[in-house]
Structures are given as structure tokens and as C-alpha cells.
Design a protein around this ligand. Structure first.
Ligand code: HDE
Length: 696
């Protein structure tokens, strides 16, 4: 009889070491000897390799309660994934206030300068399932849980400052339209299909958001290079009960950066976990991502003068109208110990606020105040989800709520109500607790969309005219790409009828790209679009930083590569703040010109240039000749070029460039000129684009 118990014993100590290293102690059952494997009842297990059988080759016995316990638990390991934002990456960190908002709010998190408040931040895509890829064209969720001294505050935002719809009642339709089509179960994590564009074409209020999602914002380079927005107007309330409106913003220290579409598509194949891995590696290396926290503050009187309604989540407040005031920073510096316990179980709710912060009447926000608490009940299965460590406040909390599934506490005493005379120590309401802003609500009850929400095109137009010509071309091309995936002609045409209100030029380019026979008439508009001045703050390219910090450089080598040149490029790039990966044909390494064996970080076939911001090719002529037969090498160069990246080449590199039929431009530099390489690598060669693809 085969019995591998001995193997299990042999492996035991190394498994134990691993558990210890990972903080595994904390997830062992309470107490006891950790080296002893037990059932959930604490019963020692003597054989974890073989189930109980009637005879060595006979049937398994129902009696095997150890097998049944283990398999039953395994069968129930998953909880329902989030209906939206299922795919996410969470990281611990802290928030530090640098400027007090005492005048506007009593919330300590916004008044106590220098206090470091722990946070857990989860960045997500919206449409795909939890196992979907990291780089679809999609909005990114940006949810921050602040564990403040006055309770948890959840700021559950996105990387885009506006939203698709104005009223929460439309959300299930929007989500059903963008998710996989229900009869066929695809496409996964993609808006480029009929049901999404059908819904959008019938929802003119989404046109501003459409401009944002078709822009490069939705194909970010890194989770560390995106902005975050609270989207809705909230209220701040001070000690006197005065209320001021506020919009919240996160701005990444590394600046904004996006990929180009073809690159995003190829990254999905090369590394479906690209963004999560990149964040993990940055945190492991001590390159902690950081964001500035900023607010836009405005009064009701100021809001009355805005040429739009700030309660409408399809509108933003241009920075030129209300400037951003930076008041703090967030640093993410600790990867979770356990993905399920933290990233999967974290439960954000926009209704989690602290005294001094309150809601506006934005009808989308109002609907969210219901939805998130409700969704936690089905995801986490119990009203006690706040007891899960990642969700529990780090300040004391006490009330008379009792019992329920998975109750972990055992409150003592006979009193579970308030007010009472029988328990002096039991929790009571207090004036320092949360208070809603006093507001005077009057008017007719009804299912009414206010007149002030009727303008659907002005800010879409403002967004488009604020972009650089490169970004305008990307928006037009993204629309052509997405609508070309739509099977129904009438949906394509209806979309163009909306674009006509945004920009005649954009409508022309998209109609031409789609091969429409004739230009349709503009859609009927509920309100005439106004011309707003361009706002450069709405660009992505304009917010790229002139830095190599946080970027990643790939260096291609093979046997015979110049050791000194490789070393010099590596040194210069690391000094500039980027990370370096050396790629070669064999993972074991390459024998360099000085005879040394250089163990590479990635094997060529699995490490294409799409994973880097710029590449250097360091090859001997002979090395280049051998590699030139490899399609992966030609792709490495052609993709780097096509994705507008800087390429440094030596003599061997030039041979491959010729082989790949790539014509050098100013982004192609001599590998011995580190300064030129670093300067070119800090940006993308946008001027090159017209030579490599036809944009709309
Ligand atoms: Fe969400 N949203 N949402 N949403 N949302 C959820 O809550 C919902 C909206 C956002 O990392 C769900 O726990 C409604 C706007 C983020 O765990 C759900 C409406 C914004 C996350 C839900 C909106 C967001 C969610 C699904 C329209 C930007 C992920 C799982 C009224 C300001 C948080 C969950 C995380 C998640 C409902 C619109 C951001 C179903 C009804 C606008 C970042 O409750």
C-alpha cells in the first residue's frame, strides 16, 4: 500500500517555518500546539494523505468525518464576489493631515494636523469578475477606509470625477448592460459590446462619462499612477453646525500615466495580474505609493452661481472655478497578510462617515447609502460583518445590537436597550455623536429629474476640447474600436448623433472610422450645450511627471552582451528611481563579454517589452544574429516602438532594429548615452504614433 506519511513528516518543519514567516500563527485555531494538525474541533490528525477506506482498494467510508469536515469547508471557501468592482488590490497604509480644516469641520481626521490614521485602500476594476485581467479599458474604483478615532470613514470613489448616471435607480440597468451579456456569458470585463452601447446610446446623461472612459484614463499604466475622486459633493459641518460643500480628490505623487490601447491588450496576455503584481513589487521594494489629498470647498451661495448643478454626479467642478486645496497625504506601505481576510472581506460603505462629515442630496449618493450596507449582508452573510478584523473600527464601539449569525462577542449583563436605569455603564447617546446638517427641504414629492440636471453635453464638450491632440485622437479611436464591436448598426449611428453635440470634429472622425454612409442628424437635446473654457487639469498627458520614479526598464541581453554597458545602463536607471529587469533567452542567465554568467530576471518568451516603460537592447553582433530568428525578439522591439517607448540600442540592437524594420527616431538612442536614454524614457514618443498606426 502506498503511504506517503513519511513525506508529510519530512515537510512539516519547512511548512511551519513558512507559516511563521507569514504571520500564519494568527490564523491557527486558538491556543494549542501549532505543530499539530487538527480538525476544527481540535482533534489531532494522524493521516492527512489518505481517506478512510473499507479496504486498501475499497470504497471510501461515510464514517470519515475528517474527510467530510475538510471537504465541506473547502466547498464553502468562496463568498459571492462583488457585483461590481470584483477584481481589486488592497493595501494598508496611513493618512496624515498637513492642513487643518477646523474652520469647516469638527471631524478630527480633518483637523488634527500630523496625526497618522491607519487606512486600507482597495483599487479595483468595475466590470470584470474577481479573476479577470488587470488591464481592461475600465473605470478604476478607489476606496479608502480610514480607521479614525471617531469611527471608520469610508471614501468610496473612482479614478474619474464623474459618473454615468444621475439617479441610483438606473444603476442595476447600467451594470447589467456593461457586464457579460446574460444569454452568452461574454464578454468578460469589456464595454465593447452591444448591450453596453445600446444602454449608453439611450442615456444622454452618460456622455460626459463616455468621454472619460474613452480617454487614456481607463487604461492606466499602474495603480500607483491614477487619481481618485469622491465624485459626489459631501458636506463638512463645523462646531457651530455651519455646513460647507466639499469634493474630495487624491493625486498620485508619481503623476498620471497611461498605456496605449494595443499595449494594454497585450499586457493582458503577458501578465493578467500586471497591476496587482506591480503594486506588490513596489511595496516589497519599499517604493511606497503616495497620494496628495485635496478638497474643493464651496458654499451653497457659490454653488447657486455654477453653470451646472453640483448635485448631479455627471458634472465636475472645474479646478479653474474652485481650486484644489491640498490638506494631507496617504502612503500605502503594507501588503495584506491574507488576501481573502482583508482584500476580499473588506466592506466599504459610503454611509460610513464621522461626525463633521455629512452627505449632499446627490440622488446617486443617496441610493449608494442604501446599497453598500445591503450588499455586505449577502456578501459577508451576517449583520456582524463589522466584527471581521479588516472592517472593525480601531476605536471603541458599543451599542445594544445583539446576536445574529457569526456573532463573535459575548456581551454581559441583563440590559440590551437604551435608555435604561439598570446599567450605569451601558452606552448612551451623546451630543458629540454624528449630527446631520440642518437643511430645509420643501417642494413637491415625485419621481422628478430636476431641470438643472438637463444639460448632458457641455462638460463632455469641455473635456474633449481640453485634451491634447494625441488624446483627442485616442478618444476618437477608442470610440471607433468599441463601436466597431457593436453588431447593431442603429446603436453605432445613435452614438454618433450624441457626439455631434460634443464636437463636430469628433463626430466626423468616428463616423468616418465606422464607415458610416452619411452623417445622421444630431440627437434631440434636453438642454442646449454651453461652451465652457478648456481645463488642462482634465488631461492625462498634461499630468505626466518628468520622472523615471516608479517606472520599469527592461534590458535585453544574450550570450556575449557587453558586461560594462549592461552595468552602466542598470546603474543609471536605478539612480533615476526606476526598477530594472534583465531579460534573456534562458532564465539560467547569459554569459557576458567578460565571461561572467548573468542570471536574468525574465525569460524572453514570458517577458515581452509590454511589461516595461522603456527598453535597452545590449547584444553582441553574434548574439543579435542568433536572436534575429526569434519572433519574440522582433515583437519585443516592434512593440516597444509601437507603444511609443524609448529604445536604447548598441551595435547588436541596431541589427535587430533593421530586422524588425523599425526606423530610428528621437526616441531611439545610443545605448552608451545614458542621459539621452533616461530623458527619452521619462515620456512616451507621442509624435511617433502617426507613423505606426492610423488613428481616427
Ligand atoms: Fe458602487 N457599488 N455603486 N460606485 N462602488 C459597490 O458595493 C453602487 C458608484 C464603488 O473596493 C458595491 O461592496 C450603486 C459610484 C467602488 O470594495 C455595490 C451605485 C462610485 C466600489 C455598489 C454605485 C462607486 C463599489 C458592490 C449607484 C464612485 C468597490 C460591492 C447609485 C464614487 C469598493 C460592494 C471595494 C462597490 C453599488 C455607483 C464606487 C453593489 C447602487 C458613483 C470603488 O453596493
Amino acid at each position: 500500500m502506498q503511504n506517503d506519511k513519511s513525506t508529510s513528516k519530512k515537510n512539516k518543519s519547512s511548512t511551519d517555518d513558512l507559516l511563521k514567516g507569514n504571520g500564519g500563527e494568527t490564523h491557527q485555531q486558538a491556543g494549542g500546539d501549532h505543530s499539530q494538525l487538527t480538525t476544527n474541533q481540535g482533534l489531532g490528525i494522524s493521516d492527512n494523505q489518505n481517506s478512510l477506506k473499507a479496504n486498501p482498494r475499497g470504497p471510501t467510508l461515510l464514517e470519515d468525518f475528517i474527510l467530510r469536515e475538510k471537504i465541506t469547508h473547502f466547498d464553502h471557501e468562496r463568498i459571492p464576489e462583488r457585483i461590481v468592482h470584483a477584481r481589486g488590490t488592497g493595501v494598508h497604509g496611513f493618512f496624515e493631515l498637513t492642513d487643518s480644516l477646523q474652520k469647516y469641520t469638527s471631524a478630527k481626521i480633518l483637523t488634527e494636523v500630523g496625526t497618522k490614521t491607519p487606512v486600507f485602500t482597495r483599487i479595483s476594476t468595475v466590470a470584470g469578475g474577481s479573476g479577470s485581467v488587470d488591464t481592461p479599458r475600465d473605470v478604476r474604483g478607489f476606496a479608502v477606509k480610514f480607521y479614525t478615532q471617531e469611527g471608520n470613514w469610508d471614501l468610496v470613489g473612482n479614478n474619474i470625477p464623474v459618473f454615468f448616471i444621475q439617479d441610483a435607480i438606473k444603476f442595476p440597468d447600467l451594470v447589467h448592460a456593461v457586464k457579460m451579456e446574460p444569454d452568452r456569458g461574454f464578454p468578460q470585463s469589456a464595454s465593447a459590446h452591444d448591450t453596453f452601447w445600446d444602454f449608453i446610446s439611450l442615456t444622454p446623461e452618460s456622455m460626459h462619462m463616455v468621454m472619460w472612459i474613452m480617454s487614456d484614463r481607463t487604461i492606466p499604466r499602474s495603480l500607483r499612477m491614477i487619481e481618485g475622486f469622491g465624485v459626489h459633493s459631501f458636506r463638512l459641518i463645523n462646531e457651530n453646525g455651519d455646513s460647507t460643500f466639499v469634493k474630495f480628490h487624491w493625486r498620485p505623487k508619481l503623476g498620471l500615466q497611461s498605456t496605449v490601447w494595443d499595449e494594454a491588450v497585450k499586457i493582458a496576455g503577458a501578465d493578467p495580474d500586471f497591476m496587482r503584481r506591480e503594486m506588490f513589487e513596489a511595496i516589497e521594494a519599499g517604493n511606497f505609493p503616495e497620494w496628495e489629498f485635496a478638497v474643493q470647498l464651496f458654499t451653497q451661495k457659490e454653488a447657486d452661481q455654477f453653470p451646472f448643478d453640483h448635485l448631479d454626479a455627471t458634472k465636475l467642478i472645474p479646478e479653474e472655478l474652485v481650486p484644489l486645496k491640498v490638506i494631507g497625504r496617504m502612503v500605502l506601505d503594507r501588503w495584506p497578510n491574507n488576501f481573502f481576510a482583508e482584500t476580499e472581506q473588506v466592506a466599504y460603505c459610503p454611509s460610513h462617515v464621522v461626525p463633521g462629515i455629512d452627505f449632499s442630496n446627490d440622488p446617486l449618493l443617496q441610493g449608494r447609502l442604501f446599497s453598500y450596507l445591503d450588499t455586505q449582508l449577502s456578501r459577508l452573510g451576517s449583520p456582524n460583518f463589522h466584527q471581521i478584523p479588516i472592517n472593525a473600527p480601531k476605536c471603541p464601539f458599543a451599542n445594544h445590537q445583539r446576536d445574529g449569525q457569526m456573532q463573535m462577542n459575548q456581551p454581559i449583563g441583563r440590559v440590551a436597550y437604551e435608555p435604561n436605569t439598570l446599567s450605569k455603564d451601558s452606552p448612551r447617546e451623546s451630543p458629540s455623536g454624528f449630527q446631520s446638517a440642518a437643511s430645509n427641504e420643501s417642494g413637491d414629492k415625485g419621481r422628478i429629474r430636476p431641470e438643472s440636471f438637463a444639460d448632458h453635453y457641455s462638460q463632455a464638450r469641455q473635456f474633449f476640447i481640453s485634451q491634447t491632440s494625441y488624446e483627442q485622437a485616442h478618444i476618437a479611436s477608442a470610440l471607433v474600436f468599441e463601436l466597431s464591436k457593436v453588431e447593431h448598426l442603429h446603436i453605432r449611428v445613435t452614438m454618433v448623433t450624441h457626439l455631434l453635440h460634443i464636437s463636430q470634429d469628433l463626430a466626423n472622425r468616428v463616423a468616418k472610422g465606422l464607415g458610416l454612409d452619411e452623417m445622421p442628424a444630431a440627437a434631440q437635446a434636453a438642454a442646449k450645450a454651453q461652451d465652457m473654457p478648456p481645463s488642462p487639469a482634465l488631461q492625462t498627458i498634461g499630468k505626466m511627471k518628468d520622472t523615471l520614479m516608479g517606472r520599469s526598464i527592461g534590458i535585453l541581453v544574450a550570450d556575449g552582451s557587453d558586461a560594462a554597458l549592461l552595468e552602466s545602463i542598470k546603474k543609471a536607471v536605478l539612480k533615476a528611481g526606476a526598477s530594472v529587469k534583465v531579460v534573456g533567452p534562458k532564465i539560467g542567465g547569459a554569459k557576458l563579454s567578460d565571461g561572467s554568467l548573468y542570471p536574468v530576471d525574465g525569460q524572453l518568451a514570458g517577458t515581452p517589452s509590454v511589461l516595461f516603460d522603456a527598453v535597452a537592447i545590449v547584444l553582441s553582433s553574434e548574439g543579435a544574429r542568433i536572436l534575429s530568428a526569434e519572433a519574440a525578439v522582433i515583437d519585443f522591439i516592434r512593440d516597444a516602438y509601437g507603444h511609443l517607448k524609448a529604445i536604447a540600442i548598441d551595435k547588436g540592437g541596431q541589427i535587430l532594429l533593421d530586422k524588425a524594420n523599425v526606423t530610428a527616431d528621437k526616441g531611439v538612442v545610443n545605448a552608451s548615452d545614458n542621459e539621452a536614454f533616461i530623458s527619452a524614457a521619462k515620456t512616451r514618443q507621442f509624435d511617433r504614433e502617426k507613423t505606426v498606426r492610423t488613428l481616427a
